[in-house]
Design a protein around this ligand. Sequence first.
Ligand SMILES: C[S@@+](CC[C@H](N)C(=O)[O-])C[C@H]1O[C@@H](n2cnc3c(N)ncnc32)[C@H](O)[C@@H]1O
Length: 333
Amino acid sequence: MEGEKETKQNGQNTLENQPDSQPTTLSKNAKKKLLKQQKWEAKKAEKKAQTKEQKKKEGERKRKEWEEKLSSCASEEERLKLIESRRELRKERMGKRAEEKEEKTQRLRKAKEFGLNIVIDLEFADLMTDSEIHSLVQQIIYCYAVNRRCASPGHLWLTGCSGEMENQLQRLSGFDRWIIEKESQSYIEALQDQKENLVYLTADSETALDELDLKKIYIVGGLVDRNRWKGLTMKKANEQGIQTAKLPISSYLKMSSSQVLTVNQVVEILLKFVETKDWKASFFQVIPQRKRGETDPEEPERVDREELEDEDDEGEPSEKKKQCDEVPSAQLN
Ligand SMILES: C[S@@+](CC[C@H](N)C(=O)[O-])C[C@H]1O[C@@H](n2cnc3c(N)ncnc32)[C@H](O)[C@@H]1O
């Protein structure tokens, strides 16, 4: 592992950080991937600018409408009434929001006792480039946001949360208020009395999950590696003598590429399964269509991400969540 750590690069989109290779020119396949990623990034920037412009226009339209409404008032009394009713409406809306927020908080607190235990293992920072660490942080934000919205949230852990990973997470506004277990120790130390219940989720396992067991603790590798570190988590779990399992993807889907998913996709699938008890529905709702080989006429509707993007509290900037949702295919390992 020591030798592997030395391969950390500075966030460049080249394939030069292959574990056993010297810097080389990009292969045809890598060039294609890079081009695809660049196109995706350009499209994303364009979309972001368009959304910003639309929001600005909408704000201006509403302001104008309000001013017209005010100026059409027949008397000062009517004008004051209108202002007051708008103030009341706002107050009501804010009260409702605060109520919803409180409900979410209560659900998260309850999840500590009754929720599915999901650990994100953050011990791989040394194996990632800066941009990959950044991506992982975005995925963690997304996991937290999705969990917070769940009717039956999971009990989320961040273990091995130290060094660069911790620095990056601490920089998020509101991170200190997250209702999540933050643990600087490794899961193997922090949860040593529960070793027999630890299950490392890894696409390389021979065991496919059937059910989820609330007594177990499911570990997801906090790694964005563009498939550079093949088999790494499987090796780690085997060395530690803990159980492994993969998601039962092949029983339900024919994927167009590998079955290695991103951290946020895996966490979201687990949460969906808790809610639906249906692997197929969970896969269809979370795995992007471009990664699924075939379309299915019975495909359920995709979850409404817009709703998630509207929320802007507890250090969860909406744009960040969007970035996580649409991880470019180059990052899908
Ligand atoms: C981007 S993958 C990292 C792949 C990495 N090369 C490895 O060895 O695990 C992030 C994490 O998501 C989880 N994961 C991804 N696809 C999975 C699958 N099909 N089944 C179970 N877990 C999966 C694993 O915990 C994995 O470590």
